[in-house]
Design a protein around this ligand. Structure first.
Ligand code: NAD
Length: 490
């Protein structure tokens, strides 16, 4: 099936931190693919800045090597066309050098869409925004893209948003959560709001509970220093898992318009039942990985990687979350995320209630409740678990089968990376898949008391062996309620 590609407007995309890991692994490959599909207009430019004193040609060589590493089947002609779009401007944020050179490049095209992508450590977000403002680089079509983390708690996030807000209007600020750019996440909205089938069942009367799992098999590796100041709750739950929860739980928005969707997500965040003080021990589980075995063999524990043995930072968290509104009253949302788990998988599982009464003989076998599974990675797709009759003559035997709705398979198209869509949305000025300031505030308001309670308590995260599903307390968290973590496809 041919995919319809609509060319975006002429733009200059300025990437701060263009020699970093994000640019290398995600931004350059995403932009190359959009160029390959002819979505970038003839004059589109990518203006890269970083500290290193590269000439254009040096950076293009670096970019070509990055693309060679991360893109299968590079097309020589497309690569040449893509590299020719790149300009490199050395710019040191600390030293304050390079700004006038950047301004001179941008002044060549004052009227095109101008995007500033901040692919740098968060400490630079403020100084870079001030530099952009100070140089007078904000034009009518300017947008700024902010990467996570947005703060380490509510107060720091508010301060950061205020600094950015002093230079840019809210409609110019694109806070990226790349989970929202994943095909499956958008398919969640398509399934819910483009079908008559699911929405009538999407409530406490028919849904038993929801599980959201974001499991990584890798450890923190060389990022232990950064990670130790964050932990799984800040690094994953505050943004990615809560965003997924919002899309699964929100009311139908008026339209796909950015504010309609974000208004509904905000209502969910505000309806999250607080987890504070004494309920923290009952509703949350923290874990920290120890040495164990992973696919590649023996792996060290978190503390060994960190080189300290006093860290209480969690590399795993499981939570039981309630949404206090009419639609979801009494329906738990179980969230878990962690590093060095048994496998790498991200999925949302909507577990429907069991049938009220069985008409079948016990010999027909057990009747499992229906389950809708939205898998975000590694293979994006959607599966509905249904009961059918086992084919063939003889007695009635029931069997659970997956109705597979995987689109990459069905449509025979390459599954685009989330950054491809999100970058094009930024250029188009479409904020639907980006977090609004009040959403960030509301998410932190719910997270802060959990962090406070953990910090105030004497407890340590529970140890778990690398290559398992986390501490046994996380299994107890859900099994206490007579439920189990889904294992379909794991
Ligand atoms: P990185 O450390 O690999 O790269 C940092 C970049 O900043 C480099 O290009 C470096 O030259 C530049 N830089 C450092 N000091 C500078 C200075 N004084 N002046 C100008 N430039 C300077 O970081 P990264 O992994 O690419 O991450 C960038 C941002 O994206 C961070 O905020 C990170 O949290 C976020 N992020 C990264 C990923 C990822 O997969 N790497 C994923 C999500 C979010």
């Amino acid at each position: 099936m041919a995919v319809r590609v609509i060319e975006v407007d002429e733009f200059d995309l300025v990437v701060f931190g263009g020699t970093g890991d994000l640019a290398h692994r995600k931004l350059l490959p995403a932009l190359y693919h959009r160029d390959l599909d002819r979505q970038l207009p003839a004059g589109a430019r990518i203006v890269v800045t970083a500290r290193r004193r590269y000439a254009d040609a040096d950076y293009r060589d670096w970019a070509a090597a990055a693309l060679g590493e991360h893109v299968a089947d590079l097309d020589e002609a497309a690569l040449k066309r893509f590299l020719a779009r790149i300009r490199y401007v050395p710019l040191d944020v600390d030293a304050g050098t390079g700004w006038s050179e950047l301004a001179a490049v941008l002044e060549e095209r004052p009227d095109v869409v101008r995007v500033f992508y901040l692919a740098v450590a968060p400490d630079f977000f403020g100084p870079i925004c001030e530099g952009i403002g100070g140089e007078g680089l904000v034009n009518a079509t300017t947008r700024v893209v902010i990467e996570k983390p947005i703060g380490k708690d509510g107060a720091s996030a508010r301060a950061l948003n205020a600094t950015i807000g002093a230079v840019f209007d809210e409609h110019q600020i694109f806070r990226i959560d790349h989970y929202l750019g994943k095909e499956t996440v958008q398919n969640l909205m398509a399934l819910r709001f483009a079908n008559a089938l699911f929405e009538p069942l999407w409530n406490a009367a028919h849904v038993d509970h929801v599980q959201i799992t974001v499991a990584e098999s890798l450890g923190v590796g060389g990022r232990a220093g950064y990670y130790d100041a964050a932990g799984a709750l800040r690094d994953m739950v505050q943004n990615h898992l809560l965003q997924l929860l919002c899309l699964a739980a929100m009311e139908p928005p008026e339209s796909m318009d950015a504010d309609s969707v974000r208004d509904e997500k905000l209502k969910v965040l505000k309806a999250l039942a607080p987890i504070t003080g004494d309920s923290v021990d009952r509703l949350t589980v923290r874990g920290q990985y120890r040495a164990g075995a992973s696919a590649g063999g023996a792996v060290p524990g978190y503390l060994e990687e960190l080189g300290r043995d006093d860290s209480r930072t969690e590399t795993f968290v499981a939570l039981k979350v309630q949404i206090a509104n009419w639609r979801w009253a009494g329906v738990p949302f179980y969230l878990r995320t962690g590093k060095r788990l048994a496998t790498r998988v991200s999925e949302i599982v909507v577990q429907f209630r069991p049938i009220p009464h069985s008409i079948f003989d016990p010999e027909a076998g057990p009747i499992a409740a229906n389950r809708l599974i939205l898998r975000l990675q590694p293979d994006e797709g959607v599966t509905m678990q249904v009961m059918i009759k086992d084919p063939g003559p003889g007695g009635m035997r029931l069997r659970q089968v997956p109705l597979d709705m995987s689109f990459a398979e069905a449509f025979k198209v390459r599954n685009p990376d989330a950054y491809e869509r999100l970058l094009m949305d930024v250029i188009r000025g479409n904020q639907t898949l980006f977090m609004r300031r009040d959403e960030v505030d509301a998410a932190w308001s719910w997270i802060d008391p959990i962090l406070d309670a953990w910090a105030a308590g004497a407890g340590h995260p529970k140890p778990y062996t690398s290559g398992t599903w986390g501490p046994s307390a996380a299994i107890a968290l859900i099994e206490r309620d007579g439920r189990t973590w889904a294992e379909d496809g794991l």
